[in-house]
Design a protein around this ligand. Structure first.
Ligand SMILES: [Mg+2]
Length: 297
């Protein structure tokens, strides 16, 4: 065996070309890269397989397809500084507008109030969303009801929410909470708020029941009869007006058109917080790969 100048080996008269040291290093790096790719793909596949196995054993759980579709939305809400900044910005502006409207209102016969939604406006249900992803599960009303009754210790506050509520108290503006949490879980909802030192008189917590369903119109009317409502704060357009209800029978994006028609209310009367995880906006989806087609419309 002889070693050639071109870094090759001669075996019994035949010459085998070997890479130079630099080429060899590159070859090793490339091989490692390939191994990493193969390893991560098989890891993801095995995670998906095991998640599906868990899911298949629980018939009552509706599956998301493609799996983990809510992952980025939940990561955005739970980990991004941008989400935090959006919430702080919304509540800061809500405080400015409430104060301005308080100082300019003409009719002072009724106490001033602000109507506020609870879930993903004041209360952060990130644990529920994360758990849904861990189980590759689609939203299910029964799971949510269970969460309302038993998840109180895992609920957190949306950034800026407490400061806003404290500011209202200083300005002597009453917060009226209109929520689609079930009235049957009223005490649990109150205990969540009390855990964050947010006191709620019973008449200022208007939950959903069989009569109201998710339509907040009648509860907004009840609030308006007793209070002078300065602004509304929510994460779902239906927190402001029932015209934003998603209707499967309507062709075209009626909700977006309504936003354009009523655009002067945003930032003045209606303050909206971001919620990329769920809401009226994703009711048009079918929790299946068919949703991908919407990207091309
Ligand atoms: Mg909400």
């Amino acid at each position: 065996m002889t070693i050639s100048r071109s870094c090759g080996l001669a075996f019994g008269g035949s010459f085998v070309s070997l890479p130079t040291p630099r080429k060899a290093q590159a070859l090793v790096r490339f091989s490692l890269f390939l191994l990493l790719i193969v390893g991560s793909v098989s890891r993801v596949s095995s995670q998906e397989r095991s998640a599906k196995l868990r899911l298949d054993s629980r018939d009552s759980v509706k599956q998301e397809d493609p799996p983990f579709r809510g992952l980025d939305a939940s990561l955005y809400m739970l980990t991004s500084a941008e989400y935090k900044a959006c919430c702080l910005q919304a509540f800061r502006w809500a405080g400015i507008m409430a104060k301005e409207k308080l100082s300019t209102r003409q009719d002072q016969s009724k106490p001033a109030a602000v109507v506020i939604d609870l879930d993903e406006t004041i209360l952060d249900n990130g644990w529920f969303q994360s758990n849904q992803i861990r189980e590759v599960a689609a939203f299910d009303a029964q799971r949510w009801e269970r969460w309302e009754r038993t998840g109180a210790d895992k609920v957190r506050l949306i950034p800026g929410a407490k400061k806003f509520i404290d500011q209202l108290r200083e300005l002597k503006i009453e917060p009226i909470y209109i929520t689609n949490r079930n009235d049957k879980a009223r005490e649990q909802t109150k205990s969540v708020l009390e855990r964050f030192e947010i006191a709620v008189p019973d008449e200022q917590l208007l939950c959903a029941d069989e009569k109201t369903g998710s339509d907040k119109t009648s509860r907004r009317e009840i609030a308006a009869a007793k209070f002078d409502i300065l602004i509304f704060v929510g994460d779902n357009l239906r927190d402001f007006d029932e015209r934003f209800k998603y209707d499967r029978a309507v062709v075209g994006d009626k909700r977006s058109k309504t936003v354009e028609e009523l655009q002067d209310k945003f930032g003045v009367e209606w303050i909206i917080l971001p919620n990329p995880s769920y809401g009226e906006w994703n009711k048009r989806f079918s929790n299946s790969k068919a949703d991908v087609e919407l990207l091309y419309k």
